[in-house]
Design a binder for this molecule. Structure first.
Ligand code: ATP
Ligand code: MN
Length: 613
């Protein structure tokens, strides 16, 4: 009770401070109300409304200053510029690139969550209280301090994915409607504040629910529990392990960064810009003892579930070939090897584009014997281990592609050491079920057949997509274009499906998973990935502005990517030619958009997601 009282007082205090800042800074960028794609939908409108009445929100003070926001204060040209020339234009001496830094203190970020506050001991040791990010390099720092990366996010209680997180963020009144003792994260319609307006499973021929993954995901948990806590888990329950029960005290005492990170998942992103748990989770992935390993069923190539000392789960993908090996030109995208370093680079890119839709991923060296083989009870996996003629420990596992002796995965250092990537795992399926959607511009995955979009007029195909749920309203169409930008930059042709959390219905950000086939070629830019942007002649405004920033010398994408990945335990993650390809591709996107704007006018091309009036 005492703790609860203190918590309420703390939150009230934050609200007061936030409101104070709003009042004091009439021309503040705080005024820009940011809902992920407010342009479009009722859904987003509802979210915004929710945010206004939320105790974190306060009324947005919209001032005339915001109108000048784009061209002056973001440090980008809001007039239509040629992408390649923007890349070489350098900085306008009249507009200080540092402006964002000086004004930093005025900017109200998403307020610290209660989960963050609970972690105060961890935060105390951080070098940067403000951002919670340990960056030393100047360009990345400058980028994240730019106002474009400090647009406040209006997150309301209802926007949090997990029930304990909603409870932590709720007012006393709202808490009455959140029954923590109950299991499912989905059933609590009263608490998610959407008035039953979720259109889950809404029809339309673009969406294709694919496969039930619950069993896959539960399996590691079952086996692990059986192994370590066999007394507490009854056999009869193994088939359908319930989601965790949440008791308020348990929630309040939650200290594990991986769990606190999950509490930060919202309708808009997997983590907040200032969430210190991201770095904490990366640190945990890099240093924690591996306690259990099992093959992840499903998917085409070998992946391992890995459980760590702190009970968190990671998804491991192994080193397959050297970083400078290019995908052979005759290789189909669907037969290409997955690259662990692509998964790591994709996480950094996602974050640098400010999407925050990809779970944190880190590289790590593992001892194949002591940290994989000896930690597994998975017979199917164990029987594939062997020692190669030169004495390296190898295995190949069980999967549909490349799981055979010809494609073995071998230790590449000291006979035992193997590099891999580990992605922080999303909340368990039972707690937060996800829906899988077919990407409308999915490739055919056949050597001979063409996909629909390849044999249909581009504009007509785009119109068809835009008139079909979930792309007809809400934020999803903008998200699809963001995904296009993301995939084009990485050269990822393997985006067949994407996932969202069911609890959010149609109006939520997609989760960026499975980038293992990205970063395959350095000299080739796969223009067909850009087709959605090209044939719809559309892009999200905030993304377009960020790309312009990343095209500038002071924020150059290759430089911030290099810097962002420098601290990874298996750095360098990308070779220089891959980094330089990123800059070239930024130029291509900006050129494509510039041509669209010339043809159709900015108001018809840019999807407004920055309300500035
Ligand atoms: N970090 C994660 N947390 C939770 N689930 C994940 C995570 N990463 C991947 N998954 C789940 O595992 C599935 C398979 O992973 P991934 O797509 O990376 O492997 P894949 O072998 O490329 O699969 P596919 O052949 O289906 O493309 C994903 O579709 C997703 O549902
Ligand atoms: Mn895949």
């Amino acid at each position: 009770m005492k703790l609860k009282a203190r918590l309420v007082t703390g939150v009230l205090f934050i609200t007061l401070v936030a409101c104070g800042l709003l009042v004091l800074n009439g021309n503040l960028r705080v005024a820009v109300e940011f809902t992920a794609d407010p342009a479009a939908g009722q859904g987003a409108g509802r979210a915004a409304q929710g945010a206004e009445t939320s105790r974190y929100g306060g009324k947005a003070a919209v001032g005339p200053a915001n109108k000048k926001l784009l061209n002056e204060e973001y440090g980008v040209n809001s007039n239509v510029s040629n992408g390649l020339s923007a890349m070489s234009s350098g900085q306008n001496p009249n507009k200080s690139p540092e402006k964002g830094i000086h004004e930093e203190n005025k900017i109200v970020e998403r307020p610290p969550t209660v989960a963050h506050k609970l972690q105060s001991t961890v935060q105390k040791n951080r070098t940067s209280q403000k951002t919670g990010i340990l960056y030393t390099g100047s360009k990345l720092r400058r980028l994240f301090q730019n106002p474009l990366y400090n647009i406040p996010e209006r997150v309301s209680t209802a926007d949090y994915l997990l029930k304990p997180a909603r409870w932590l963020h709720a007012t006393a009144e709202e808490r009455k409607h959140i029954k923590l003792g109950e299991n499912s994260g989905e059933d609590d319609k009263s608490a998610n504040g959407n008035g039953g307006n979720f259109t889950m499973g809404n029809g339309g021929n673009v969406q294709v629910p694919v496969r039930q993954k619950a069993n896959d995901e539960e399996s590691i948990i079952h086996k692990h529990k059986k192994h370590h806590h066999s007394k507490t888990i009854k056999k009869s329950k193994e088939k359908k392990l319930p989601a965790p029960t949440y008791k308020s005290e348990e929630v309040l005492h939650e200290k594990k960064p991986w769990r606190l990170l999950q509490f930060g998942i919202t309708r808009y992103s997997l983590y907040a810009r200032n969430d210190p748990n991201v770095e904490e989770v990366l640190k945990a992935i890099r240093t924690q003892e591996v306690t259990y390993v099992e093959m992840k069923p499903g998917g085409t190539q070998l992946k391992l579930f890995m459980e760590f000392e702190d009970t968190s789960i990671g998804l491991f993908k192994p080193w397959r070939w050297p970083r400078d090996r290019e995908t052979p030109p005759d290789h189909f995208y669907f037969t290409d090897y997955e690259r662990h370093n692509a998964e790591i680079a994709a996480y950094h890119l996602d974050r640098i584009l400010d999407f925050r839709r990809c779970p944190p991923v880190s590289g790590r060296w593992f001892n194949v014997t002591s940290e994989i083989r000896q930690k597994s009870e998975d017979e199917k996996l164990l029987k594939t281990f062997f020692v190669s003629p030169v004495g390296n420990v190898c295995f190949f596992g069980d999967c549909s592609y490349y799981c055979n002796t010809e494609h073995m995965i071998c230790a590449i250092k000291d006979h035992h050491m193997l590099e891999g990537s580990v992605a922080a795992y999303l909340p368990r399926w039972q707690e937060a079920p996800r829906k899988t959607w077919k990407h409308p511009w999915k490739r055919s995955y056949s050597r001979v057949r063409k996909a629909d979009w390849e044999v249909t007029d581009g504009e007509a195909f785009c119109r068809q997509v835009r008139s079909t749920p979930p792309y007809d309203k809400g934020r999803r169409f903008g998200d699809l274009l963001d995904l296009t930008v993301y995939d084009f930059l990485m050269g990822n042709m393997d985006r067949h499906h994407y996932e969202t959390f069911k609890a959010f219905g149609n109006n939520s950000a997609p989760i960026h998973l499975d980038q293992g086939r990205a970063f395959g070629r350095t000299t080739h830019d796969e223009i067909s990935i850009l087709v959605p942007i090209y044939s719809c002649c559309s892009i999200r405004k905030s993304t377009w502005l960020r790309l312009q920033l990343l095209a500038k010398e002071d924020y150059r994408l290759s430089d911030v990517m290099r810097e962002s990945m420098r601290t990874d335990p298996i750095a360098p993650i990308l070779t220089e030619p891959h980094l330089l390809a990123l800059d070239r591709r930024v130029g291509i996107i900006l050129d494509t958009v510039a041509k669209c704007i010339q043809k159709k006018g900015a108001e018809n091309v840019l999807l407004e997601d920055l309300k500035d009036t």
